[in-house]
Design a protein around this ligand. Structure first.
Ligand code: ATP
Length: 251
């Protein structure tokens, strides 16, 4: 589904990503971990095609198409969504109405008719129940002031509604209390189907206890230096990142 080959990228002319290789197939969940400033968000933003992030060399192939030249919106319409793909603080627009517009615009870009209102309501009901969002939450205006945890829940709600082929979630667990973490993780788990994949970026292994990734990758100074299963996340939690640096020095 996604193949990243020798990707280099810069922010404000500073090289941040220094040769990333990564392959994600349908049905898989991948997690990226790494210390502050290692380039995790840069990777997410470059893959999503955000303007400030410049891909200087390498390839990003999504669904067998090189997408480096595509704008963020075009990538999204192909099914590659980054959390908070859309602006989230639009005055006077409710959580639900925003979602209706986003879904229909996405369908329009794919040459599809608007989703029938009945189907839209059913979908909103189903996905909001999954994330334990009540009517009051859904009717709140987007600029009303959401807490960090509520923003995260809304972010996953957007993803659950849009059902992207590849959902990229940055800092998914930040600001969540224990109950919200469980609820949001449940939502993330439902994003993975046999046809859809998920890439999560996280600092903590606790999220991975709930979503159980197939692969964990460690990003250090702009490079993926180690990949493994969930046990890698436990080792990082216990020992930090220094042992990997030592291992690299020894090679
Ligand atoms: N918009 C920007 N302008 C200038 N420098 C940036 C910008 N975004 C990121 N950087 C720089 O790129 C480097 C990597 O940042 P990035 O946000 O990708 O790291 P991260 O691994 O996601 O960190 P964190 O865990 O702290 O979120 C940092 O040195 C950061 O200062």
């Amino acid at each position: 589904m996604l193949k990243i080959k020798n990707l280099h990228a810069s922010v404000e002319d500073k090289e941040i990503l220094k040769g990333i290789n990564l392959e994600i197939n349908a049905g898989e969940v991948h997690a990226i971990m790494g210390p502050n400033g290692s380039g995790k968000s840069t990777l997410a933003n470059v893959v999503a095609g955000k303007e400030e992030y410049e891909q200087t060399s390498g390839e990003i192939i999504f669904e067998n198409q090189e997408i480096s030249e595509l704008e963020a919106d075009e990538r999204a319409h192909k099914g590659l969504f980054l959390s908070f793909q859309y602006p989230v603080e639009i005055p006077g627009v409710s959580v639900t109405n925003f979602m209706k517009t986003a879904i229909n615009e996405n369908r329009k870009a794919q040459g599809l008719e608007d989703m029938p209102a009945k189907d839209m309501l059913k979908k909103i009901r189903e996905k909001s129940e999954l994330l334990d969002m009540d009517r009051k939450f859904l009717s709140r205006s987007l600029n009303e002031g959401f807490s960090g945890g509520e923003k995260k829940r809304n972010e996953i709600f957007q993803m659950a509604m849009l059902e992207p082929k590849l959902a990229i979630l940055d800092e998914t667990d930040s600001g969540l209390d224990i109950d919200a973490l469980r609820i949001v993780s449940n939502g993330v788990n439902k994003l993975r189907t046999k046809d859809n994949a998920v890439l999560v970026i996280t600092h903590y292994q606790r999220l991975l206890d709930y979503i159980v990734p197939d692969y964990v990758h460690v990003l250090l100074e702009g490079k993926i230096v180690k990949s493994g299963g969930k046990e890698l996340a436990y080792k990082l939690e216990e020992h930090g990142y220094d042992w990997i640096k030592e291992e690299m020095k020894a090679v």
